[in-house]
Design a protein around this ligand. Structure first.
Ligand code: HEM
Length: 154
């Protein structure tokens, strides 16, 4: 039975859907007064890399680990950035907007699981970005699943 449950990655629509999401999201980030300064030197392929990272988190192929430096690279990109609480909150807000604009599935089960990860990941990113943040015990990308509500639950 459990084998038949799709991954969040499959449910979202795979790599293509996640790339659309991050393109839409970073287009908003670039225009946002709170976030634009943090991302002023972001490379053109940044949205694609974050889509690859999210795909791995959501149970898709482990491409970020295999080709983009994995967990440690992601961590190094947040280190020292001193992300502020209001910047994190805006990041989450724009991500939720982008999900609707690109039409990610909007069933309660998918959204609660995905948003749960967005909260988790953004809070970790903020904590690890603070000056003097210590080393993390984690060395690999955290995987995220459906949690308490599987697809089709009422
Ligand atoms: C679920 C939450 C998050 C995930 C999954 C995530 C993921 C990533 C990844 C994978 C990279 C490296 C991309 C690459 O390999 O090129 C990155 C870089 C970065 N992230 Fe995040 N991030 C998250 C939250 C945040 C938040 C909340 C902020 C700030 C408000 C932030 C700011 C940045 C910045 C400034 C960079 C470097 C951009 C550059 O290259 O100039 N991230 N993030």
């Amino acid at each position: 039975m459990t084998d038949q449950v799709p991954t969040l990655y499959e449910w979202a629509g795979g790599a293509e859907a996640l790339e659309q999401l991050t393109e839409e999201f970073y287009a908003r980030v670039r225009k946002d007064e709170l976030l634009a300064p943090l991302f002023a030197r972001m490379a053109d392929d940044h949205p694609k890399h974050v889509a690859t990272f999210l795909g791995e988190v959501l149970g898709g192929p482990e491409r970020y680990t295999e080709h983009h430096g994995g967990y440690r690279h992601m961590l190094s990109r947040h280190r020292g950035r001193a992300i502020k609480a209001e910047q994190r909150a805006r990041w989450v807000e724009l991500m939720l907007e982008a999900m609707d604009v690109v039409g990610l599935p909007d069933d309660a089960e998918f959204r609660s699981a995905f948003i749960g990860y967005i909260e988790f990941g953004s809070r970790r990113a903020m904590a690890n970005s603070q000056p003097g943040a210590g080393p993390t015990r984690r060395t690999t990308i955290k995987k995220w699943g459906w949690g308490e509500a599987l697809p089709g639950d009422e």
